[in-house]
Design a protein around this ligand. Structure first.
Ligand SMILES: Nc1ncnc2c1ncn2[C@@H]1O[C@H](COP(=O)(O)OP(=O)(O)O)[C@@H](O)[C@H]1O
Ligand SMILES: [Mg+2]
Length: 247
């Protein structure tokens, strides 16, 4: 536990209710009982009392239904949100890909966004200059690289985002399910890259609904259900239980 790269210690995250006021109004119409209880609580629970650790060089997947609390957990590890209770510790340099187009500017071209994003991920300008050809090559974006990214499809955005990741040097790599929007051959390239990071000792935490990828890459799996930790263990075991529960 002392050397763990990621420590989740009894972590709870609640969002203020006003984030949900839109759905609250809908609920008030269609499900007044739940809406009232939500308003009374004034806070919306995202994850509750979750504890786990990730050791150096380990690859761990978070799995679970939509809305379970996976992205919230990744955001806490990346430090972009703070827990309501409990403590999250992350050691080392973190590179994260949490949402499509996160760390990008819509009016800048793909090439300009590479500079922006790579700098946010800790590369110096000179390092970006040295690596940009590799990044563009990996992205498969062709002439689109010099178009503003507001014209990109979600798949193209994912390609751009992950291509930058391939050329940064993190201790911890955090990837949300954004890769799922890329085409199959690009997804395979990403999985290969993640494996290479792993073999270099990078600690990996990622979210995927693709259980083949999860079993291919991960040592262990954290299954979150209804905002709580349902099961944690060797990838194969947890995936098997999860599949059974979803069937
Ligand atoms: N920024 C936010 N503001 C308010 N509620 C949020 C926010 N982000 C997520 N939630 C809520 O927290 C719960 C967990 O969401 P999330 O972590 O995104 O789940 P997952 O990634 O597993 O689909 C959901 O019920 C979601 O509606
Ligand atoms: Mg999510």
């Amino acid at each position: 536990m002392m050397d763990s790269v990621i420590v989740f210690d009894n972590v709870t995250k609640k969002y203020p209710l006003y984030h949900h006021i839109g759905s609250g109004i809908k609920e008030l119409l269609f499900n007044p009982k739940r809406a009232l209880s939500l308003f009374r609580g004034r806070q919306y629970l995202a994850i509750e009392n979750i504890s786990f650790t990730v050791e150096k060089g380990e690859a761990v997947a978070l799995i679970g239904r939509n809305g379970a609390g996976k992205s919230t957990s990744l955001g806490l590890v990346a430090g972009v949100i703070k827990p309501t209770a409990g403590k999250v510790t992350t050691r080392g340099r973190v590179a994260s890909m949490l949402e499509l187009g996160g760390g990008f500017h819509p009016e800048l071209t793909g090439r300009e966004n590479i500079y922006l994003n790579a700098t946010l991920l800790g590369l110096r300008r000179k390092e970006v200059q040295q690596r940009i050809d590799k990044i563009i090559d990996f992205s498969e974006l062709g002439q689109f690289i010099d178009e503003p990214i507001r014209v990109y499809s979600s798949g193209m955005l994912a390609k751009l985002g992950f291509s930058v990741i391939t050329q940064v040097d993190p201790d911890v790599l955090i990837i949300d399910e954004v890769l799922a929007v890329g085409d199959i051959s690009f997804q395979a390239k990403c999985i290969q890259t993640i494996k290479e990071f792993k073999s270099r000792g990078v600690t990996i935490l990622f979210v995927s609904h693709n259980m083949n990828d999860v079993e291919k890459i991960c040592d262990r799996v954290v299954w979150i259900e209804n905002h709580k930790l349902k099961q944690i263990g060797p990838a194969k075991d947890v995936v098997e239980q999860y599949k059974k529960a979803m069937a």
